[in-house]
Design a protein around this ligand. Structure first.
Ligand code: SF4
Length: 219
């Protein structure tokens, strides 16, 4: 797919996105807790390999106890585990939350760094989580690739795996269009192009894909 074709598809999805009952869109409107680089970082960590609904509820419980690294380091690991259960790998994530909070205090004066290189050095923080933080907390032009986005890229013949998809999206989407791209594509993957039973009969881009000669590869 060429860049102009992908941008046309993205424009249609952006327009349709508010109509869908997708968790990625709904929770983006109603966080219910203070959004700071730190809470965004911890939320992104909790949402890894976990449904949005589960991660959202866990974030609420945790931030009711501590919302800043200065507070989090005084919370016991067991208390964090109880607060974030049942997110995936909750024991490991509780350890990461404590370790990265200590590192933020020790190395960054309690602030979340705003560069990819520094973020991925924090305990438990991979490229996907780092890019979510850079986009949502620091308004930088990054697209975090999750399982939904990697699947869509595969469907449309753009890339075979998440790493390749990450690279291709950097090329296909200019910097001034990158922000919001993750949320639009994830919402589409949650609401319309679902893993099980995609709703092809109401898909707003089906014809446009066809006009580009793209046939979704798994259906
Ligand atoms: S036509 Fe179906 S498989 Fe293709 S993008 Fe739309 S919902 Fe997904």
């Amino acid at each position: 797919m060429k860049s102009d074709q992908f941008l046309k598809i993205l424009a249609i999805l952006e327009q349709e996105c508010p109509k869908w009952q997708a968790p990625a869109t709904m929770f983006a409107k109603h966080y219910g807790y203070e959004r700071t680089p730190y809470t965004i970082l911890i939320s992104a960590l909790l949402s890894s390999r976990t449904k949005d609904e589960t991660a959202y509820a866990a974030a609420h419980r945790l931030f009711a106890i501590a919302r800043r690294p200065q507070e989090m380091v005084n919370v016991s690991r067991e208390t964090i585990e109880q607060a974030i259960y049942p997110v995936g790998f909750y024991k490991q994530k509780a350890r990461f939350i404590l370790a990265l909070s200590r590192k933020l205090l020790h190395d960054f004066n309690g602030q979340v760094p705003d560069s990819l290189d520094e973020l991925v050095k924090l305990p438990g923080v991979g490229v996907k989580v780092a890019k979510i933080v850079l986009e949502k907390a620091f308004c930088k032009p990054y697209i975090a690739v999750d399982a939904h986005i990697a699947r869509l890229c595969r469907l449309w013949g753009i890339a075979d795996n998440a790493k390749e998809c990450d690279k291709k999206l950097q090329e296909l989407v200019p910097d001034n269009k990158k922000r919001g791209c993750n949320q639009t594509l994830v919402s589409f993957g949650q609401a319309i192009c679902r893993v099980k039973k995609p709703l092809c009969h109401i898909c707003p881009i089906k014809e446009r894909l066809g006009s580009f000669g793209i046939v979704c590869q798994e259906y």
